[in-house]
Write a protein that binds this ligand. Structure first.
Ligand SMILES: NC(=O)c1ccc[n+]([C@@H]2O[C@H](COP(=O)([O-])OP(=O)(O)OC[C@H]3O[C@@H](n4cnc5c(N)ncnc54)[C@H](O)[C@@H]3O)[C@@H](O)[C@H]2O)c1
Length: 373
């Protein structure tokens, strides 16, 4: 296949990120099928027309069903809010399109199961937007773990905090409503942390959660003097157990002042430790036990061409790649997956395991006991 038709739904934060990735992937990766930017969709005509021009799409529409059914569209990129993911996925699957859907999958676990089933029944390919797994530093961590550099894994500790809703006077948005967003920090941030835990350690088999909405009311942007009730979680903590018996903890907050993309995790091993922080995304920290105690300490590994696919962006180690580059790597994986050269991960079934964990944390918090998600 020389080229493949792209349909993009949504032109906000993630819509632009997908568009940049489709635009850049050929220049970076060279050997992938060329994305053909066919059709873009957003709710408002002026926005859709302007974004189609800016992102380089041939056509635009305000009707996502038209996009899904368009014969020139082979891949449907879903970057609309979470509440639309199920309908869009089901329609795209029955139209036989490959689906590239942003995380989290859906509002409820039942919706997530329906999406996974729709994709499997239609036999279409799917990929979900767990872009932090694409970081050359994270891929390198996996290589080090698999090579036994830190020995046997004995513990995972992870945090994903941001402060985008830390100001209690910020207006009420779709992210506060269960019918549009589903969960709060669980679906926004914690899912990314869980994706890393699943990738580097194993699937999570049991959870004991504690969740809380701290800022319960936010100003209604449409009606001065009124407020809207926040329906989902601001912060969570959970004890976890992996399938392979490893212990762990995860914590997440969308109201943690000062944290901007604090996706921080550490994996303790019997012979050392690996730790990482997305705010320093071009660095991986490694401690190896043994040797001269006088010079022992964590080593900072600056990513470079020794950590593929970093070198495809730049031949210069330590010069750094950025958040949007992770999406370029993800899109390259999508295109190679569709060419049959790589196995798409995490697909909708893998992503469903992540949803089971976040909904397990909610249920566990409500019931006050350990649960198997
Ligand atoms: N992978 C990541 O790192 C990451 C980061 C942020 C957001 N996300 C996910 O991406 C999705 C979108 O989040 P965002 O931050 O880009 O939101 P956003 O509000 O910036 O953008 C959403 C876009 O969808 C459009 N839209 C809404 N309803 C639509 C409809 N019915 N038809 C067509 N377009 C519609 C909106 O007009 C807007 O352009 C969410 O699922 C979110 O969880 C993922």
């Amino acid at each position: 296949m020389k080229s493949i038709g792209i349909g993009l739904i949504g032109t906000g934060f993630m819509g632009k990120c997908h568009a940049m990735a489709y635009g850049g992937v050929k220049a970076v990766f060279g050997d992938v099928t060329t994305p053909r930017l066919e059709l873009l969709c957003d709710l408002d005509e002026t926005v859709a027309a302007q974004k189609a021009r800016e992102f380089g799409f041939a056509r635009w529409t305000t009707n996502w069903r038209e996009l899904v059914d368009d014969p020139a569209v082979d891949i449907v990129s879903i970057t609309a809010p979470n509440g639309m993911h199920r309908q869009m996925t089901e329609a795209a699957a029955s139209a036989g399109k490959a689906i590239y859907c942003e995380k989290p999958l859906a509002l409820t676990l039942a919706d997530g199961i329906a999406m996974r089933d729709a994709v499997q029944e239609a036999g279409v390919a799917s990929l979900t937007g767990y872009n932090y797994l694409r970081n050359p530093a994270v891929i390198h961590a996996k290589k080090l773990i698999d090579a036994g550099v830190i020995g046997r894994i004995i513990q995972f500790r992870g945090i994903y905090d941001e402060d985008y809703m830390a100001d209690e006077n910020l207006p009420y948005t779709w992210r506060c409503r269960i019918k549009d967003a589903g969960t709060g920090t669980l679906g926004d941030l914690a899912v990314h942390l869980i994706s890393v835990a699943h990738f580097l350690v194993d699937d999570i088999a049991a959870v004991m959660g504690d969740i809380r909405t701290v800022h319960e009311n936010r100003p209604d942007p449409d009606t001065p003097g009124r407020s809207g009730r926040v329906e989902n979680d601001d912060q969570i903590n959970a004890l976890i157990r992996f399938n392979n018996g490893v212990q762990g903890t995860i914590a997440s907050s969308r109201i943690a002042w000062g944290r901007k993309s604090y996706l921080q995790w550490e994996i303790h091993g019997s012979k050392g430790m690996i730790r990482f922080n997305q705010e320093r995304m071009n660095e991986l920290y490694l401690y190896e036990a043994g040797g001269d105690p006088a010079v022992q300490g964590f080593k900072t590994i600056l990513t470079g061409p020794a950590h593929p696919p970093f070198g495809l962006f730049t031949p210069a180690p330590g010069h750094g790649i950025g958040f949007n580059d992770l999406k370029v790597i993800e899109v390259a994986h999508l295109l190679r997956g569709l060419e049959g050269r790589e196995t798409l991960y995490p697909d909708m079934n893998d992503a469903l395991h992540i949803e089971r964990v976040i909904h397990g944390i909610i249920a566990s918090s409500e019931q006050g006991k350990w649960l198997q998600p």
